[in-house]
Design a binder for this molecule. Structure first.
Ligand SMILES: Nc1ncnc2c1ncn2[C@@H]1O[C@H](COP(=O)(O)OP(=O)(O)OP(=O)(O)O)[C@@H](O)[C@H]1O
Ligand SMILES: [Mg+2]
Length: 309
């Protein structure tokens, strides 16, 4: 076993122990008024943001900081129209709904393994990338939480444009064995938010996504992050999302208000095993329909059995 692999394994064990302590109280036990305000959740007691300094090393001297220090630092110029949490206004329209979504995901996490979340939708332009990017940002705003955002839409990558950062090297380069995992992960200006772009354009995304290396990649990276958010292509036109879902713990389905035809939403849902779906995000609701919210999230409360294939 390589030193890196040993270190990752050990990190996973340590992180699992930490996570058990970090889980917030059940939402049902919280007063309604507090439910969406997950930002007040106590910080993680161990595994703080700067994990390396002062922490014991493992795996032959490699610790998480040492591993992640290999990730290149890049300058990001985020698109202020899409990146709700990067413009300095914590109360911008939509931010509260993402806090609620975060809260629901933590609630689900009490019942199931949920660290790697695939974000998909039936059709193009329904807000998958928007949801992925803002979800990653709201997750990382909690002290000590480390998040990796992956652009796994190899056909129409958008996240690098939303973040204003280079498109490569990235996932496709790793899948073609051109790069290792750390050289394709960027560190930007937001502490603890890491980004893996899609990488250079390729001819056959389906083949690459299905070649088995993606699952291996996620398994290797999981110990290093509290959450991994994976943006995907639409589920109906191409099979990538259903292949990606097999390597993830759960699937979040975005539905665009007044746009996604109901039969398309139903068909997309059928692309995934029932127990893989962890919820829906209704994106772009008008203020008339939802005066206080632009997104609506419905979780499957009785889930808890999603497993990776
Ligand atoms: N709720 C929203 N508020 C503001 N802008 C939004 C919202 N949802 C989506 N957008 C914008 O709409 C455009 C399309 O959204 P996005 O790229 O997230 O869709 P997508 O489902 O990822 O599309 P594709 O299938 O092409 O990958 C983007 O410019 C995005 O910033
Ligand atoms: Mg997209």
């Amino acid at each position: 076993m390589s030193r890196i692999h040993e270190a990752l394994k050990k990190a996973e064990q340590e992180r699992a122990a930490t996570q058990a302590m970090a889980v917030p109280p059940p939402m049902a036990a919280m007063p309604m008024s507090e439910q969406p305000v997950f930002a007040d959740t106590p910080p993680v007691p161990a595994m703080p943001a700067s994990m390396g300094l002062g922490m014991p090393t493992f795996g032959g001297g490699l610790n998480m900081d040492t591993l992640l220090a290999r990730c290149p630092r890049t300058e990001w110029t985020p698109d202020p129209g899409s990146m709700l949490f990067m413009n300095g206004d914590d109360h911008a329209r939509g931010t509260e709904e993402f806090r609620t979504l975060r809260s629901r995901l933590y609630h689900l996490r009490e019942k199931m393994t949920l660290r790697t979340v695939l974000v998909t939708s039936a059709l193009p332009k329904e807000g998958k990338s928007f949801t992925s990017a803002n979800l990653a940002q709201v997750l990382v705003r909690q002290h000590g939480r480390r998040v990796l955002l992956i652009d796994a839409d190899l056909r129409g990558p958008r996240l690098h444009l939303m973040l204003g950062t280079p498109m490569g090297p990235g996932l496709s380069d790793y899948l073609q064995s051109k790069n290792d995992e750390f050289s394709i992960i960027q560190q930007g200006p937001m502490e603890n938010l890491f980004f893996m772009p899609s990488g250079s354009g390729i001819e056959d995304p389906s083949e690459l996504i299905a070649n088995g290396r993606l699952k291996m990649l996620l398994q290797r990276l999981e110990p290093l992050f509290d959450w991994i958010i994976v943006d995907s292509p639409p589920a109906i036109p191409v099979s990538d999302a259903s292949v990606l879902a097999k390597a993830c713990d759960g699937v979040l389905m975005v539905v665009r208000s007044n746009a996604t035809p109901s039969d398309a939403a139903r068909r997309a849902r059928q692309e995934f095993p029932e127990n893989a779906l962890v919820g829906f995000v209704l994106n772009g609701t008008s203020e008339e329909n939802a005066p206080y919210a632009r997104y609506y999230y419905e979780a499957y409360e009785n889930k808890g059995t999603a497993t990776k294939a």
